[in-house]
Design a protein around this ligand. Structure first.
Ligand SMILES: [Zn+2]
Length: 302
């Protein structure tokens, strides 16, 4: 670990002004620097998980070593910066203002990491949900990252701009889509979509992991033998879904596909001993996945 400085913030759910200001944690993948940025923490409740079973949930959380009171479970929101050669790749951009009480520290974490917005060359978006695009624009709707190209997986832009998807959504989901649309709008003329595993910068590739959204991607970082997969929203609740990979979440656009992708990916990650982290893995998330009594367990490196 390089410059690990995340202590004192875990479990913090108060207003961001109350929190300690060390919300960054870095790691080297060969010669590539990866810095986790903590946006904050949100809470999820059982109805988010259609396959929820109270007994299994308690067992899963205990195996994961995560506190669960039977009502709500904490979920981290993270983004990442990857410095490789001349490229400064931002992987996701946190949640928007007003998203939750314990969220919204993305911009502050980016500054702590010593990254000026103008330096960012690539915006590698795992997908375009609200808690991943929130920091792309300022309060006036202007682009924060003037020199960066927005890159997302094939089908995501269309999905988030689809009249059909919008018409089928409830009012809360529509509000969320509205925020996503506003956040990505200034990048409409400097964006591209990728299909299949696609290199976007030296040692940095987008890897399709469809299901959560049509274009949902992971970002694979590799230099020599060193590898890290930022697996996007493969899981939301580490407390439940690592032990129970069959559990999808309500806002997986295609729950069955998301489940199949997660089950396949977990097997590969555990078999290969691949280092992973993600936007919703307990900050900073750098970990390895091992098979456990029930499903899997994440072994955090911090
Ligand atoms: Zn998310």
């Amino acid at each position: 670990m390089l410059a690990f400085a995340g202590g004192g913030c875990f479990g913090a759910t108060g207003n961001r002004e109350d929190r300690a200001v060390s919300d960054v944690a870095g790691i080297g993948i060969g010669g590539i620097e990866v810095i986790a940025l903590k946006d904050g923490q949100m809470q999820a409740q059982p109805p988010l998980f259609p396959d929820y079973d109270a007994e299994k949930a308690v067992r899963a959380a205990a195996q994961a070593g995560i506190a669960y009171d039977g009502k709500t479970v904490d979920i981290s929101i993270n983004a990442f910066v990857v410095r490789s050669g001349d490229a400064v790749v931002l992987v996701d951009a946190g949640s928007p203002p007003g998203f939750g009480e314990g969220t919204g520290a993305f911009g502050q974490a980016l500054a702590q990491a010593g990254v000026a917005p103008g330096e960012v060359t690539h915006l590698a978006m795992t997908h375009l949900h609200i808690d991943h695009v929130g920091g792309l624009t300022d309060g006036a709707g202007r682009a924060v990252f003037d020199n960066a190209e927005l890159i997302s997986g094939e089908g995501d832009w269309r999905h988030f701009h689809s009249d059909e998807v919008y018409a089928a959504a409830n009012s809360r989901a529509r509000q969320s889509i509205d925020v996503s649309r506003r956040a990505v709008a200034p990048y409409a003329n400097r964006r591209r979509e990728v299909s299949g595993e696609t290199g976007i910068a030296p040692g940095v590739s987008m890897v399709p992991l469809p299901g959560h959204t049509p274009g949902h991607c992971g970002v694979l970082i590799e230099d020599g033998d060193a590898q890290l997969l930022i697996w996007g929203d493969t899981i939301h609740a580490e407390a439940f879904q690592v032990a129970e990979p069959g559990w999808s979440v309500l806002f997986d656009a295609d729950q069955a596909q998301a489940r199949a992708t997660r089950v396949r990916l977990f097997d590969r990650v555990a078999t290969d001993g691949l280092m992973v982290t993600g936007p919703h893995v307990r900050f900073p998330g750098f970990s390895r996945l091992e098979r456990a009594k029930t499903g899997y367990r994440l072994l955090h490196l911090d």
